[in-house]
Structure formats: structure tokens, C-alpha cells
Design a protein around this ligand. Structure first.
Ligand code: 5AD
Length: 353
């Protein structure tokens, strides 16, 4: 225990550990006292950097049409039971209008890899949002594109991009994705995005099928090397109409432990308490915040389509997860001593001890 605590201290001080060091920590993840210690140190680190403020992002799920066939995802191409939709530009702008009125200053446009949403129309949309709401940041999360397309998105005014690497181990990647998708391509996209100048977010699934402790060490090491501005992780949750329907969900406890390790290694990063964490457990998001998260992303999608963006079974989209219930979120944060911050909340590297 003492040796493990020292590793947590070392991570907090030096912001980096070796594979062996991460591995010994993860092998001790069943130790309640160790996890509590990591969460305490990570929570303190987040408060030192961000105070008790939690940034909010309005998540607009612009299309659930996807050309990919990832084995874990409810939006996969082969899922014929999924009722497909693509929002119009007008509908998306209407979400922004509502969101802006509610105090959101970041809009996250997320969607499947939908060829029907042309690069030009996405650029036009980003430009229009930035024109109407110059005080807002726009985050895109629309998967793998060519570098010149990412450049066009950036030139249109997009500020940030989210693209989880999902798993940083080649062999594991191939067990979660069909052969036309590769980790190499995924990483190339991430490096392209960073070079272009986006604030970039990446992350991985916790407890996805076939995942080993070594795979998770690879995830932590990739993030340590890549140094993303945003880091999103969440437990794998099975979806009934995917090949992984009978696989067990990832562990909340392990997710929170990893989140704490990530916060200690990346004190300036924006780390959300993800919807998946809130779906697994009623107070999952609160626990994530206490373990070092500092962002929540309420759902701003039109209510008509929310139930159709089912990445996994029972995905939350209303209640405190809905942007319209910002006061419910505020009250829940208040209970744990936190509050919503409505500014854009861009990444800023600040030296903290
Ligand atoms: N369980 C948890 N998260 C999932 N995602 C996709 N399918 C699942 C699932 N079954 C996550 C992926 C993706 C993000 C938008 O949703 O990590 O990057």
C-alpha cells in the first residue's frame, strides 16, 4: 500500500509514470484505500486548478447515421433496428439558440461518420454558429476525416475536436473494430488535428471486451505521450443489438480510478464526468467530479431524436442529463460543493504545484 501511495505521489509530482508503474497501480485497483487516496489527491488537484467550478458543454447529436461497424456501438452500420436521423442545419441552429439562452458557451456537434453530412455543409454550419454566437466555442466530434478536411473545419472556425482512440493496443483495436479501421489511422487523425491547432480530446473505453490491464497501461501511456487538452473515458456498456450484447459492462470503480490517475498526470486537462458513468450509477457523475473530473456535457439534442442516439443500452439523455434541466444539474453539483461555470472554458496550461 505504501509503495502504491508513493507511486500516486510520484505521478502527482512528475506527471508521468512508466508502464511497470502504471501496471502495479492497476493491479492494486481492488484496494479501496488506494483508490480513495488517488481520488482525494486528484480531486484536490482539480480544485487547485479549477476551483469548485464545473464547465458545461451543450452536446448536439447531429446525426446517428454511421458508415462504420464498430462491434461495441449501437449506431453501427449493421444495426438495422436503429432509427436513423440527420438534423437539418435549421434544427441544429435552433439547439444552439436554446443552449445559448440557457448559458451554454460551448456547443459540441457530435455524430456518426455520416457521408450524407458533407464537409461543405459542416463548414457552413460551423461558420454560421460562430457568426451568430461569437462568444462560443464549437467542438466537432464527427470521426476520422482527411487532414485537409480537418483544416477546412478549423478554418471555418471550429475550436476543438473530440476523437477517442478507444484502445491504444493494435491487437485489441482489431477485436473491437472491423478490419478496415486501424489504430494507426486513428492516431494519425489525432496528430493531424493537434498540428492544425485544434484543442484535441481523446480517450478510451474502460472494460471493453478482451481488454487487459496491459491494454489500459497502453491507453495511459498513449495519453501521456499525446498530451490531449481533453480526456474522455467511460465504462463500456453493452448494446442489445450489437455483437457484444452479452458482454459485461465495465466497472465504475476502475473507471473512476483511471480518471484520478489521468487527472494527476494531466492537471490542466478538461476531463468530463461522462454520460456512461452517469448511466452506470445514479450518482456516477458526482463521484467522477470528486475523483477529478471538471466538465459535464448535458444533452442539447432535440428531444424527438434523443432516444435514437443509443450508443449503448439505457444511455441517459434527460433528467439531469438534459440541457433543459440545468437547474437540476446545478442543485446536484451544489450538494457536493460545486457549481456551474458558464464561460467557454478553453484549455490553458498553467503551472500548478
Ligand atoms: N459503451 C460505452 N461507450 C460507448 N461508445 C460507443 N459505444 C459505446 C458503448 N457500447 C463511446 C465511444 C465513442 C463515444 C462517442 O461513445 O467511446 O467514442
Amino acid at each position: 500500500m505504501e509503495t502504491m501511495k508513493k507511486l500516486i505521489d510520484k505521478l502527482a509530482q512528475t506527471r508521468a509514470l512508466s508502464r511497470e508503474e502504471f501496471k502495479s497501480l492497476l493491479l492494486s485497483s481492488s484496494d479501496n484505500a488506494l483508490r480513495a487516496y488517488a481520488a482525494k489527491r486528484a480531486g484536490e488537484k482539480a480544485v487547485k486548478r479549477f476551483g469548485k467550478g464545473i464547465y458545461i458543454r451543450g452536446l448536439i447529436e447531429i446525426s446517428n447515421i454511421c458508415k462504420n461497424d464498430c462491434y461495441y456501438c449501437g449506431l453501427r452500420r449493421s444495426n438495422t433496428k436503429c432509427r436513423r436521423y440527420r438534423l437539418t442545419e435549421e434544427e441544429i441552429l435552433d439547439c444552439c439558440r436554446q443552449g445559448h439562452g440557457l448559458g451554454f458557451r460551448t456547443f459540441v456537434l457530435q455524430g456518426g461518420e455520416d457521408g450524407g453530412f458533407s464537409d461543405e455543409s459542416l463548414c457552413a454550419l460551423v461558420k454560421e454558429i460562430k457568426k451568430r454566437y461569437p462568444d462560443c466555442a464549437v467542438t466537432l466530434s464527427v470521426g476520422e476525416r482527411e487532414r485537409d478536411v480537418y483544416q477546412q473545419f478549423f478554418d471555418a472556425g471550429a475550436d476543438r475536436y473530440l476523437l477517442r482512440h478507444e484502445t491504444a493496443d493494435d491487437e485489441h483495436y482489431s477485436k473491437l473494430h472491423p478490419a478496415n479501421l486501424s489504430l494507426e489511422k486513428r492516431k494519425q487523425c489525432l496528430y493531424d488535428l493537434k498540428e492544425i491547432g485544434f484543442q484535441v480530446g481523446t480517450g478510451f473505453l474502460v472494460g471493453s471486451p478482451y481488454q487487459t490491464i496491459d491494454n489500459l497501461c497502453s491507453d495511459l501511456l498513449f495519453i501521456q505521450e499525446f498530451r490531449p487538452q481533453m480526456i474522455g473515458i467511460g465504462p463500456f456498456i453493452p448494446h442489445q443489438d450489437t455483437p457484444f450484447k452479452n458482454e459485461p459492462a465495465g466497472s465504475l470503480v476502475l473507471t473512476l480510478f483511471l480518471l484520478s490517475l489521468l487527472r494527476l498526470g494531466h492537471p490542466n486537462s478538461l476531463i468530463p464526468a461522462t454520460t456512461a458513468v452517469g448511466t452506470l450509477c445514479e450518482d456516477g457523475r458526482e463521484q467522477a467530479i470528486l475523483a477529478g473530473a471538471n466538465v459535464v456535457m448535458p444533452n442539447l439534442s432535440p428531444s424527438l431524436h434523443r432516444k435514437d442516439y443509443m450508443l449503448y443500452d439505457n444511455k441517459l439523455s434527460d433528467g439531469a442529463e438534459g440541457a433543459e434541466a440545468k437547474d437540476v444539474l446545478e442543485a446536484r453539483l451544489d450538494k457536493i460543493g460545486f457549481h456551474i461555470v458558464t464561460d467557454r472554458g478553453d484549455f490553458k496550461a498553467i503551472e500548478i504545484e
